[in-house]
Ligand binder design. Structure first.
Ligand code: AMP
Ligand code: MN
Ligand code: MN
Length: 387
């Protein structure tokens, strides 16, 4: 399971009470930085003028990536002629992510709108308007990276601090707890009411990236948005069940094997307390499980009191390590993962690697040590000082 966190946890001074005073509680606008206003206007103008809009989220999508994209896809499709300038014809909406075969993770199959997905090889090569969701850099679009590079207008909707601003319009707000918060703002600006189906996608994004309102990015604004989404009639228990509370029996065997060989490296000079394990293709094959079954292992490993950093090396079907790293606040795994070609947030990040697991861990340990405050070459703000 994905666990993304904002690098700036906790409420911001302009949020909560200040915003709700004297008017109806509305969409959380924690993220409405002044310079974003121009970008919002440009995004709406591009969408209004488009005959065709291609949507893409990051590969191996999580609840935030797919949920946000499907919410916007549905909003664009139901947008009435009256909402469009001069009653223009509705645009063709294409939604996809860049991997073949296009495999929707089992835990996300309950999301409304998955029937709207198109395989990436059917996405126009030169989209008039393309919009990306939860992707911090163009390479996270996989096969659709080339389409994005050729798009006339590329709208990037994201909340990663490491975002490379690869769009022509960049709606990037690292203070947003999830891309779903930005997707909700966009839907509002397009004048589309949030239906139950749209709310379900947004809610899936919100609970995925806040760890079900457990992580420090759970601001008052997050709860206000959650309340609005719940008002549409979605069932939070049902969402949690689909996302986290179910697995095939074989998962118990996999968990037992991979937790049983987890290694704890206690904190020492130049090191953070670290716990790590691997989930290999052989582990999955032994229990008949797909790659996505490895995703939630990190959520168990990260509980380890003795470790500030938790790492799971997940071997994908191509034999590559998809590495998930989490930190509790002393270490900055985002910086370390970016240095290793990946991305993410200070407390939740990842990268892709190949070679022996021991070598991958050695490279990661090296980056973590280099990022320690006071270490040679470490940036001033290397550590996340959040709770
Ligand atoms: P995960 O561990 O897959 O839940 O991902 C945690 C965070 O790291 C998310 O923000 C991901 O987008 C990011 N991330 C994970 N793997 C990669 C990768 N190979 N490249 C770039 N970012 C990644
Ligand atoms: Mn994501
Ligand atoms: Mn996200």
């Amino acid at each position: 399971m994905t666990a993304e966190r904002s690098p700036f946890p906790g409420p911001r001074p302009d949020s909560a009470a200040a915003r709700t005073e004297g008017r109806e509680v509305s969409a959380p606008s924690d993220h409405r930085a002044p310079d974003l206003e121009t970008e919002w206007a440009r995004a709406v103008k591009a969408i209004d003028g488009a005959a065709e809009i291609c949507l893409a989220c990051h590969i191996r999508p999580d609840g935030d990536a797919l949920g946000s994209m499907l919410a916007v896809a549905q909003a664009l499709r139901v947008r009435g002629a009256a909402d469009r300038p001069r009653g223009s014809a509705p645009p063709r909406v294409i939604a996809s992510f860049g991997e073949l075969p296009l495999r929707i993770p089992r835990i996300l199959r309950f999301l409304p709108g998955t029937d709207l997905l198109t395989p990436p090889d059917a996405v126009p090569g030169r989209p008039q308007v393309m919009m990306t969701f939860d992707a911090a850099s163009a390479d996270r679009l996989g096969m659709l990276e080339a389409n994005a590079a050729r798009a006339e207008e590329l709208i990037v909707l994201d909340h990663h601090a490491s975002n490379t601003s690869f769009g022509t319009v960049n709606l990037i707000d690292q203070d947003a707890a999830a891309t779903a918060v930005l997707a909700h703002e966009l839907i509002g600006r397009l004048g589309v009411p949030v239906s139950r189906d749209i709310a379900l996608g947004l809610y899936a994004g919100l609970v995925t990236d806040t760890g079900s309102f457990r992580y420090s990015n759970t601001s008052p604004g997050v709860h206000l948005l959650a309340a609005r989404l719940l008002e549409t009639g979605i069932d939070p228990g049902g969402v949690a069940h689909e996302l986290w509370d179910r697995a095939p029996f074989g998962f118990l065997g996999l968990l037992s094997a991979v937790l049983g060989r987890a290694e704890l490296e206690p904190a020492g000079p130049g090191r953070y307390g670290l716990v790590w394990t691997t989930v290999t293709r052989a582990d999955r094959a032994a229990h008949g499980l797909p790659f996505e079954a490895a995703e939630s292992v990190i959520d168990v490993l990260r509980r380890t009191d003795e470790a500030d950093v938790a790492v799971v090396l997940k071997e994908d079907d191509d034999g590559l390590w998809q590495v998930s790293a989490r930190a509790k606040g002393a270490a900055d795994v985002g910086r370390a993962c970016v240095a290793l070609g990946g991305g993410g947030h200070p407390r939740a990040a990842g990268f892709t690697a190949q070679g022996p697991a021991a070598d991958v861990m050695a490279a990661l340990r090296h980056q973590l040590a280099a990022g320690r405050p006071g270490a040679a070459g470490s940036g001033a703000g290397a550590a996340d000082t959040g709770p």
